[in-house]
Design a protein around this ligand. Sequence first.
Ligand code: NAD
Length: 265
Amino acid sequence: MAQDLDGMTACVTGGARGLGAAIVRRLAEDGAAVVIADVLDDDGTALAEDLTAAGKTVSFRHHDVTSEADWSALVDAIDATFGKLDILVNNAAIIIRQRLSDQTLDQWRRAFDVNVAGTFLAIRSCRELLKRSGAASVVNISSTAGVVAHLDPSYTASKWAVRGLTKSTALELVGDGIRVNSVHPSTIATPLTAAAPAGHLEANRHAIPLGREAQPEEIANIVAFLASPQSSYMTGSELVADGGMTTAGVAHMRDQFQRALTEGS
Ligand code: NAD
């Protein structure tokens, strides 16, 4: 269902590709002016040009979520053009894909820098702009890795941290008219998933009762709902969109594993 976001301004971090790009498209189609904030200049510029040609108000800005200076400059730019921010989607993240003994301290720190400090800096930097909205919404993209365990310590711990940060900021910003919620997808068809080792996607499909990964648009639908006044009574909430993954019990996993062995898939 389309949301009425006319007159609203949105910022989507990591919006140049993957899930972020689907969120940008969706928010723009629903009427918001969207700023894409990403380090991928070619993808971000192409997406902004594509949507601008289609009559939407979308711009790209080179932006590293770990940089305080970049946040300060981005806030100034949004202030100068729009004077307020109604929707902030903290979507940018990285995944190391190493198990405990193989993961270096530098990799751990980098994951926390982008996934957690990037989200913290975003909310802290944008607070005043969001307050001016009068009814702003922050949507933090976590993961099922922020609900259960994945075999990647920095990704799991950082996505749990995003969930905790969501709850703490929801409490603190309620008086500013700012709602903060998190979204927890399982596997999504994006470049991040495509870069996973061979067999990863197939193994995940067996763990998901719906039997397939999500399309980015299916998660963007949820973000658009959380961004809109339709979710006005939700703050500090976590929406899990995982095809039933975290609902599945051991019996389901065993059956799927057994079936995979029998069918040789
Ligand atoms: P992706 O790698 O395709 O896209 C991530 C985007 O973030 C890229 O455009 C990248 O350039 C940007 N980014 C990375 N570091 C940045 C930085 N320092 N500053 C600004 N931008 C930066 O990944 P995706 O699959 O689209 O993931 C989007 C979000 O969804 C992430 O938060 C991810 O953890 C979450 N998620 C993904 C999956 C999945 O299966 N793909 C599942 C659950 C949650």
